[in-house]
Design a protein around this ligand. Structure first.
Ligand code: S3P
Length: 440
């Protein structure tokens, strides 16, 4: 499967079944990206295990190789990076193609704004339609020169050699990508760079900087760092991605007699909104064997089938579950009563418009789903057989695959190749645990 033949990959998922056993989903995408970026900028070697060998994190890895960093692997999730230091990157011979990966583009825009060389960042059709002004605007205030299209989208043409100055940025959207982009530029800025977020967002950048010995000050919703310090190479054990585990948390909750353990799942409190939301809906999820690996909390999640009921999802939980709404909408479709989501307009600018695309798919499967500007209203009901279009969005394809566990007939899902961006081996792992899925 590759992005180039994305339209031709389909999932056909037969109805029924239950999810059972123990499994470990692939490594966390956010932490995998950051391990390559910060490992490259560190002095000395960074050794990564559990690295996500998906197209998104591989796009980051290839980009840093193209900028002269010696990176071995990935091999069975192991990557060795010979860090070149903050000023050791070299001009890449061509534009860096970041595929479908918003995290690569937004974080690298900040990091590359501080280099001495020019570089252009490009992406696929989905990434080329996503808003980049949200990073270009604060980076420009710091002194960066970044060209976009008239619509504020990629390609991003970053001019090197611009001296950066720290800013105190009041971030208008709750976005870890924007926060991280500004902080990465701050490594190269004179003075102090601060970001204040309107609500807590994932803090993997701050944790990894701290783990690599870079001083970061955090107080409440504000994070600050000073330019001019150095990073040292470390060992990073990437936990399993809670965003990938989420498909199985929902699948096992909605399919009767399911009993599943998800191993070594990242439990960073800025990522666990999906567990809170599912528990409020009545899910049975036990958190076992809590531990810490390399500055990130991890646990095994034991999930059993349980009757779900609709809820009003608290808007404060939205940034803490931002990538899990496609599959949470499937949980809502299988729940008794009404689920209402508000405060989630960000879903409209993800890999697809996740509010519209999920509403269209749910309606095609016989569910009453009403999109609103910033969320959705879903009446729990019976899922019928049908065809849905994932619009090349990995999380939508996997969410509808799980819906088949409760469907009356086969669900056909089109445009699924991008599942490889975040969850290589999804079809195999899901079918081993009981989903009746075929990738065609
Ligand atoms: C990510 C942050 C989130 C999330 C994305 C990964 C990150 O995006 O949706 O999948 O690694 O920082 P936003 O920060 O734009 O919400």
């Amino acid at each position: 499967m590759s992005a180039s033949n994305s339209k031709s990959v389909r999932f056909s998922v037969a109805p029924g079944g239950r999810l059972q056993g123990r499994l470990r989903v692939p490594g966390d995408k956010s932490i995998s990206h950051r391990s390559i970026m910060l490992g490259s900028l560190a002095g000395g070697e960074t050794r990564v295990s559990g690295f996500l060998e998906g197209e998104d994190s591989l796009a980051t890895l290839d980009a840093f190789k193209a900028m002269g960093v010696r990176i071995e692997g990935p091999e069975n999730g192991h990557v060795h990076i010979q860090g070149v230091g903050l000023y050791g990157l070299q001009a890449p011979p061509r534009p860096l193609d970041l595929g479908n990966s918003g995290t690569s583009m937004r974080l690298m825009a900040g990091l590359l704004a501080g280099q001495a060389f020019n570089v252009t960042l490009t992406g696929d059709a989905s990434l080329s339609g996503r808003p980049m002004k949200r990073v270009v605007e604060p980076l420009t205030r710091m002194g960066a020169h970044i060209g976009t299209t008239d619509r504020g989208t990629a390609p991003l043409a970053i001019q090197g050699g611009a001296p950066l100055t720290g800013i105190d940025y009041d971030m208008p959207v709750a976005s870890a990508q924007v926060k991280s982009s500004v902080l990465l530029a701050g490594l190269y800025a004179s003075g102090t760079t601060c970001v204040t977020e309107p609500a807590p967002t994932r803090d993997h950048t701050e944790r990894m900087l701290d783990g690599m010995g870079y001083p970061v000050q955090r107080a409440g919703n504000k994070v600050c760092l000073e330019g001019g310090h150095t990073l040292r190479g470390i060992t990073i054990d990437v936990p399993a991605d809670i965003s990938s585990a989420a498909f199985f948390l929902v699948g096992a909750s909605i399919a009767s007699a399911s009993d599943l353990v998800l191993e070594h799942v990242g439990m960073n409190p800025t990522r666990t909104g999906v567990i809170d939301i599912l528990k409020q809906m009545g899910a049975s999820i036990e958190i076992e064997n809590r531990r810490e690996v390399g500055g990130e909390p991890v646990a095994d999640l034991h999930v059993r089938a349980a009757p779900l009921h609709g809820i009003e999802i608290s808007p404060e939980l939205v940034p803490l579950a931002i990538d899990e709404f496609p599959v949470l909408f499937v949980a809502a479709a299988c729940a008794k009563g009404r689920t209402v989501l508000t405060g989630a307009e960000e879903l409209r600018v993800k890999e697809s418009d996740r509010i519209q695309v999920m509403a269209d798919g749910l309606v095609a499967l016989g569910i009453e789903a009403t999109p609103t500007p910033d969320g959705m209203i879903i009446e729990g009901g019976s899922i019928i057989a049908g065809s849905v279009d994932s619009h090349g969005d990995h999380r939508i394809a996997m969410a509808f695959a799980m819906a088949a566990l409760r469907a009356q007939g086969t669900i056909e899902i089109s445009d699924c190749a991008n599942v490889n961006t975040s969850f290589p081996g999804f079809v195999e792992l899901a079918s081993q645990s009981g989903l009746r899925i075929n990738g065609i």
